[in-house]
Design a protein around this ligand. Structure first.
Ligand SMILES: [Zn+2]
Length: 589
């Protein structure tokens, strides 16, 4: 839970507003003379259930607890958040003293970026890098590809990189922390990467987190990587993700290969949805990261290792993704790099032939067996039933149970009984995590429509020109409103981040990485327009509901006829606007 939600959860708007204006309970709401305009009859209301306020008088506006404090104190969102956080005992670092850990990570990204540039320049220009350039030339890599992936070369020197970076103001401690230099027992240091071809590893936001490095002769090990650092975790990174993300989203599919050069060659040949796992097998964390972009994954597996890998992990990935994973089987002894360089059409063909991983496992297990014999039948059941038992999705589980039953000619019911026993004994039938983990915020504190609309707007900046008709007040959550307002003043995500208070960054990140359904460019405007419409409708509906509560209260307490008439008149206006929305929506259909 983000800090903003945490504050919202602990704060009660009635209590906060009550400190500024005397509130009187009226039905399920609280009423007061509006603190923002002068009036004789109270038209300012606070809603406990919605944790919001609204002035039906001259202001005709409202919002949440943050916007109340901002307006009342004349402060910005960050200040209001800190004020309220302090009140409920939540510590938010002041923006003048950025979080130590965060600042340190920022420095590590910077030092990695500086090293990337240094290595890249050497690869392009230094005499010593000739063998690296020759190697890349032999592999058919084009200058554009080398530049896209920012490939580099490190000199065969103990201190060249260190010297270069220290001269540019980076400390030895930072270089060590970034894993660029190694400190020996005697306290002396040396560059980690020497005489190597370098593959900078970018995260999805295009920041360099670490490096992969390849030797240029036959020495071993062939590859070395950056060590684990505060910004680099080999088990969660995906090589090529910054360049692949857009295509993965667009094509709604990711191909996972094994090596750096596999990714590079794939991209050079137009397969821009390829990423590499940077290890022999994909981890849950990597699958989790991909899941934000697509549910459809194809694993390119080596023919020799494929069987085992698939059997081992078939259902793990699928359960994480809650979708089917396919496997592309490579010709024996070849990696994607070889296949694509020989003929990109073969790769395309293999891709089309990719099999769902469980089907592939069926094929693997049954190949070479005689399914007319009792012995082989029970062997097959022993191997496949546990795999089926792990499938979380009941429809898919039933499908494969049926397939197995047909294969071994045993009744489905018998297998099902067996399956039940396995599921119990596995104990691996993972129940949803405990309530504490899955506990959702109450609906008050987040709004799927607001957040969906913003996610589209942030992820497809071209939609910015379609924001007429989208008013800031449609965003009832202040943090969303803040982001929307700031986004109109900048033209990229980096500037947006800078403009926003650090306390909003976490929320911003969740929007920027929110998974959206793949949509053709031509349709995005339509999707976005319908979001704007829904947001407007949500806003108006909430206005109607608030007004109705007030009308009920006023009628009961014998409010003045003039006030009642005014409220009703405003209500009519809103109904007309809602009517327009319905009309627009039916025109769209
Ligand atoms: Zn007012």
């Amino acid at each position: 839970m983000g800090v903003i939600d945490e504050v919202k959860q602990k704060i009660d708007i009635v209590e906060v507003v009550g400190e500024y204006v005397p509130l009187t309970k009226a039905g399920r709401t609280f009423r007061a003379l509006c603190p923002f305009h002068s009036e004789k009859h109270p038209s300012f209301y606070v809603y406990t259930e919605r944790q919001s306020w609204h002035c039906f008088g001259a202001c005709n506006t409202g919002g949440d607890v943050f916007s109340f404090i901002m307006k009342k104190q004349g402060i910005d969102f960050g200040e209001a958040l800190r004020l309220l956080a302090e009140r409920v005992g939540i510590a938010i670092p002041s923006r003048l003293e950025p979080e130590a850990g965060k600042d340190e990570r920022e420095r590590l990204y910077q030092v990695n970026a500086a090293a990337t540039q240094y290595f890249h320049n050497l690869l392009l220009n230094s005499l010593a890098a000739k063998k690296a350039r020759d190697y890349l030339g032999r592999r058919g890599l084009l200058p554009k590809t080398i530049s896209d992936f920012q490939l580099g070369f490190s000199l065969n020197s103990r201190n060249a990189l260190k010297q270069y970076l220290v001269e540019r103001g980076y400390s030895q401690g930072e270089l060590e922390q970034a894993g660029l230099i190694i400190r020996q027992d005697d306290g002396k240091t040396h560059d980690r990467f020497r005489n190597k071809l370098l593959f900078p590893i970018f995260d999805i936001r295009g920041r360099v987190t670490g490096f992969g490095a390849r030797v240029l002769d036959d020495s071993l090990p062939k590859y070395v990587n950056s060590p684990q650092t505060p910004v680099f975790d080999k088990s969660s990174g995906l090589y090529g993700i910054s360049l692949a993300a857009a295509t993965i989203r667009q094509q709604n599919m990711a191909i996972i290969v094994e090596g750096y050069t596999d990714v590079i060659t794939a991209h050079q040949n137009g397969f821009n949805n390829a990423v590499a796992s940077m290890g022999t097998s994909l981890t849950e964390k990597q699958v989790g990261a991909l899941k934000k972009l697509t549910k459809n994954m194809v694993l390119a597996l080596d023919a020799d290792a494929a069987g085992e890998e698939a059997t081992l992990r078939a259902t793990g990935y699928e359960n994480t993704l809650n979708a089917e994973v396919k496997v592309l089987i490579l010709p024996s002894g070849k990696d994607p790099d070889d296949v694509i360089r020989e003929d990109a059409k073969t790769w395309q063909y293999l891709l089309e032939e990719a099999l769902p991983i469980v089907d592939y496992t069926f094929d693997m297990v049954t190949s070479g067996l005689d399914l007319t014999t009792a012995k082989d039948k029970s062997l097959v059941v022993d191997k496949l039933l546990p795999i089926i038992a792990e499938i979380k999705d009941i429809v898919r589980r039933a499908h494969y149970l049926q397939k197995l039953a047909r294969l071994v000619k045993v009744s489905e019911r018998n297998l099902e009984a067996e399956l039940g026993k396995i599921r119990v004994s596995q104990g691996r039938v993972k129940e949803p995590p405990s309530a504490a983990v899955t506990r959702r915020l109450p609906p008050l504190f987040y709004s799927p429509v607001e957040e969906g609309c913003l996610a589209w707007l942030l992820q497809y900046p071209e939609l910015k020109t379609h924001c007429q008709g989208l008013l800031p007040e449609y965003f009832e959550n202040s943090e969303n409103r803040e982001i929307f307002l700031a986004w109109q003043k900048v033209d990229n995500l980096t500037s947006l981040r800078e403009k926003l208070d650090a306390a909003v960054h976490e929320h911003l990140d969740s929007l920027v990485t929110k998974s959206l359904p793949p949509t053709a460019q031509a349709e995005r405007e339509d999707v976005f327009a319908s979001y704007v419409l829904r947001l407007r409708e949500k806003f108006l509906r909430s206005l109607v509901a608030k007004r109705e509560e007030v009308l009920a209260v006023e009628a009961e307490s014998g409010g003045s006829a003039a006030e009642l008439a005014k409220l009703k008149e405003q209500g009519v206006e809103v109904s007309v606007q809602l009517g327009e929305i319905f009309a627009q929506r039916s025109r769209r259909r």
